[in-house]
Structures are given as C-alpha cells and as structure tokens.
Design a protein around this ligand. Structure first.
Ligand SMILES: O=P(O)(O)OC[C@H]1O[C@H](O)[C@H](O)[C@@H](O)[C@@H]1O
Length: 297
C-alpha cells in the first residue's frame, strides 16, 4: 500500500473524509452535512474551508495554486513555526513545519458532521539542523460550522526555547474595496512596507492598497465586514498578542494571480516580532484561532 492507500484504509470508517492526491501533495477532502474543507498532509495546512450552507469559501484558496513539495499551497491556513516572518540567517520565511509531512494521529467525524483531526510532528535530524531544539508539535482541528485550530508546542528537551509563530489565515472576500476590518483600531502597528515604522491605527481598517502590518497588544476578536458577500468573518484567537494583516495588492507572491488580491485578506493570529513565546522544558503552550461567519444584515 502506498501512503495514500494507507490513509484511506486507516480512516475508512470516518464518514465524510477521503484522501486524494493533487500534484505532489496528499490532501484530506472533507465533505459532511456541516462543512466542506481540504487539508494538506504537508504542513497540516487547511487549504480551504466553508460551512456547508455558505455559497462562497470562507477560508480563501488561490484559483490556480501549485501543489508542490516544499511549497505552501497559496491560501488556507499555513502554520508558521518556530519563527514567523524572516529568519536572520536562513532564507526560509515562516519556519519549516509548513513544508513537512505531518502524521494524522486521529480523525473522527461526529454524527452531525463535525470533523476532528489531530496532526503531529516531532523534531528530527532535518529540524535539528535548522533549529536545535527537541519538540513535539500538535495541531488540533475542529472543522464544522466554525473552524477551530490549535497549535500546541511541547518542549520535550531539557532547555527552554523561544518561538514566534502564526496561523497565516487567508480570508475570502467579495471585494476588498468594500471591506472593513474592525477590532484593531486604537493601537499601533509595525508597517513592514515602510521599514517596520511604528504607526498608530486610530480608525477601523480599510483596504486601499498593499498592506503588511503587525498589530500589537491585540488579544481580542477581529471582525471582517464584507459588503459584497453581505457577511462578517469573525477571527477569534488564544495565546496571541499580535495580529498580522496582509494584502499584497498587485505585488502578488507565487501561486496567485494579480487580480486575486481583490478577493482576499490575511488576518493572522500570531506571536510575531517582540511577541515571543518562551517554553520551559516539559511545558506546553497553545496558539489558537477560531474562524466563523455570520450575515452582515
Ligand atoms: O509567501 P509567503 O512566504 O507564504 O508569505 C506571505 C506573507 O506572509 C506574511 O503575511 C508576511 O507578513 C508577508 O510579508 C508575506 O509576504
């Protein structure tokens, strides 16, 4: 049996779950009375998600992404760990776990159609060469009318370590030009497009061009009001004191067409820059995010 057949055999009793291969990647396709989602084994990455009763995806995926080993699918919720953003020496942004194949420890579908998945990776020779610490990393997903993801870092070594991390959540919008983002006003952000200049955010956010910002002191829920699709996407979080808001405008990265930036924004539950997390030997710490959606009117 190859890896795909093994997964389909092992989780054959889990209704609404099927494993398929696209390009290089093995993907879990979830289709239940409550929800539709795709999760990649590489990176334990949610690739797309919506509640079954929504017409449009809530978690966005590029129209023509590449499904390649060593590359995140453009969209979804890439897991960034153990560093978020650029590394001082390596060219690899957002850590290495988004490029690793994760082990699906368990998958279970409730009778109402809610899917639960538990993914794990641990340190190995390759990870230790990039980042010299022992760890066990779990991703717990509850996929239903809401999408809840928890990233649990367990320090299995005998020295403390420090991480930055993120749930790089892409949200699907009818049109950025008629979208506002509430919940980050009143604080400040570091503007990556202006040399990380510290900038106050007095008002609610509108998306008028490229933005790449880290908002600080933001533990609370953010609401993304999308007039075009007449809905509000709610991003709640735990264990995070910073939030990234990103839209590339026409400077799109690989795997995305320039016109597609009108239909997405990333609102990311992160621990970024000075918002580091220190984990003692034997300790576990959680970063979590919950995405939900409601009608605007
Ligand atoms: O292309 P990626 O490595 O997935 O990164 C995509 C984006 O992620 C974050 O939101 C960063 O703030 C951006 O600067 C970066 O361009």
């Amino acid at each position: 049996m190859d890896a795909l057949e093994t997964l389909n055999y092992k989780f054959a009793d889990c209704e609404g779950l099927e494993f398929v291969k696209i390009g290089d990647l093995t993907l879990a396709k979830i289709d239940t009375p409550l929800t539709q989602a795709i999760v990649a084994v590489q990176g334990a990455q949610i690739v797309e998600w919506k509640p079954a009763n929504e017409d449009q995806l809530v978690v966005w995926r590029a129209k023509e992404p590449t499904y390649e080993t060593g590359k995140s699918v453009r969209g979804g919720v890439p897991i960034c760990w153990p560093w978020f953003g650029n590394h001082p020496n390596l060219t690899m942004a957002h850590g290495f776990v988004r490029f690793k194949d994760w082990i699906l420890m368990n998958a279970q579908c409730d009778s109402d159609g809610q899917m639960h998945m538990h993914w794990r990776i641990t340190d190995d020779a390759e990870s230790l060469a990039l980042w010299p610490h022992r760890f066990e990393l779990d991703v717990i997903m509850h996929i239903g009318t809401e999408l809840r993801i928890q990233l649990v870092t367990h320090n299995t070594g005998d020295e403390s370590f420090s991480i930055t991390q993120g749930m790089h959540t892409y949200l699907n919008l009818g049109d950025t030009r008629s979208t506002v983002i509430r919940g980050l006003e009143g604080g400040y952000y570091l503007d990556k497009l202006k040399g990380f200049a510290r900038t106050p955010q007095d008002d609610i956010i509108t998306i008028t061009g490229a933005m790449d910002r880290i908002y600080f002191g933001t533990t609370h829920t953010v609401e993304v009001e999308d007039a075009e699709f007449n809905r509000v996407i709610v991003v709640a979080k735990e264990g995070s004191h910073s939030t990234v808001v990103w839209n590339p405008d026409e400077n799109v990265p690989s795997g995305m067409l320039p016109e597609e930036s009108r239909n997405m924004v990333c609102v990311e539950a992160v621990n970024a820059a000075d918002d580091t997390v220190s984990i003692a030997p034997g300790e576990r710490k959680i970063l979590g995010t919950t995405i939900s959606v409601r009608p605007m009117n």
